[in-house]
Design a protein around this ligand. Structure first.
Ligand code: FAD
Length: 308
């Protein structure tokens, strides 16, 4: 099933992101999370592509197993890191031959210990080139990444948006954002994207906070902001891991409800291969959704006299 066809059908598109684990124990945890989250009937799941060599083949393996054994649509992430164009094509041929229908096309980050992005000789420089390669010869629906708070290597906010427009023009059918915690940032980004002519769905990527040190590390690496009021609440609970998770779930639930009420086309959950937080948030959203999307109609219904 092509994921791009799911947008605009009147229902929010909910998806879960997983990463390929490095150990058998991690793999068991992953498939347990997939099993538990399957009950929530996500539109699809996605599997990241390892930055180093080790976990790369695992993306294809895990996507194949999720599709075959769990009956869920699964999208493969794919990066330009460390591969020539020929090698990129070889992997994409394998994706196609395995029946994969959806690919998230990324440049990828510089390998660990390297600050600057350097193109592999014979490889690609930017994700837009990968998108063009995909659009030119493969049957996949193509997704792309976007950065409401601007990509960390961008020369400017404006340049970043212009490059995003070029990527969409090359063949991206929907975008998934980097994680963010301030819905105003998403609202402003979508407005700027529409203004420049980017007209594909822009799905917010949301990470439930379950650990203070971890979220500080992640946001520092990816350049997303932790608003002061949020940080203060987290630090007040830093000694109590259960209270941090409870607060993280509550915050993300409110954040998602507001995003859906604002008209976001769905939510992409960064699950970190764990199910409880995402399960709690999406379960609440599924109850709230009619209220979030049509508050006036729902209020009218609630206020109407009961008919007998
Ligand atoms: P690009 O679109 O190529 O942009 C990278 C930088 O280059 C930006 O600063 C942009 O402004 C600039 N740029 C683009 N085009 C041009 C141009 N023509 N001239 C000059 N500058 C240009 N990483 C992984 O390794 N594996 C994953 O599975 C993975 N999944 C992700 C999923 C999501 C939803 C997101 C948001 C990120 C993910 N990442 C993943 C991280 C991503 O690979 C990095 O953030 C990477 O640094 C940027 O990738 P990109 O595809 O946005 O790159």
């Amino acid at each position: 099933m092509r994921i791009d066809k799911l947008f605009g059908q009147g229902e929010p598109v909910f998806s879960f992101e997983f990463f390929p684990p490095k150990t058998p124990e991690g793999e068991a945890n992953l498939f347990q999370a997939v099993e538990e989250l399957r009950a929530l009937d996500p539109a699809y799941v996605s599997v990241t592509y390892g930055a180093g060599g080790g976990t790369r083949d695992k993306t294809l393996d895990i996507v194949t197993r999720i599709r075959r054994d769990y009956g869920l649509e699964a999208m493969a992430h794919f990066t330009c890191v460390g591969a020539t164009e020929r090698e990129l094509r070889d992997t994409l041929d394998r994706f196609r031959d395995a029946g994969i229908e959806n690919v998230l096309a990324l440049r990828g980050d510089p390998p660990q210990g390297q600050d600057e992005w350097v193109r592999t000789e014979g490889g690609l420089e930017h994700s837009a080139e990968l998108v063009a390669l995909l659009a030119g010869g493969y049957p996949f629906a193509v997704a792309g990444a976007c950065f409401p708070e601007t990509h960390i290597h961008a020369t400017s906010r404006e340049d970043d948006l212009r490059h995003l427009k070029a990527k969409v023009d090359a063949g991206v059918q929907f975008l998934i954002t980097q994680l963010f915690f301030d819905n105003g940032v998403y609202e402003d980004f979508v407005a700027r994207a529409r203004e420049i002519g980017i007209d594909v769905p822009i799905v917010p990527g949301i990470m439930p906070i379950t650990n203070v040190a971890q979220i500080k590390r992640i946001t520092e690496l990816c350049g997303s902001g932790l608003p002061g009021h949020l940080l203060a609440q987290l630090e007040a609970r830093a000694e109590d891991p259960g209270a941090v998770s409870d607060f993280g779930v509550a915050y993300a639930t409110l954040q998602c409800a507001e995003l859906l009420a604002m008209g976001a086309p769905g939510i992409h959950f960064y699950t970190l291969n764990r199910s409880p937080a995402t399960r709690a948030i999406l379960s609440a959203l599924q109850l709230m959704r009619p209220w979030a999307r049509a508050p006036r109609a729902a209020l009218r219904r609630a206020a109407a006299p009961a008919t007998s």
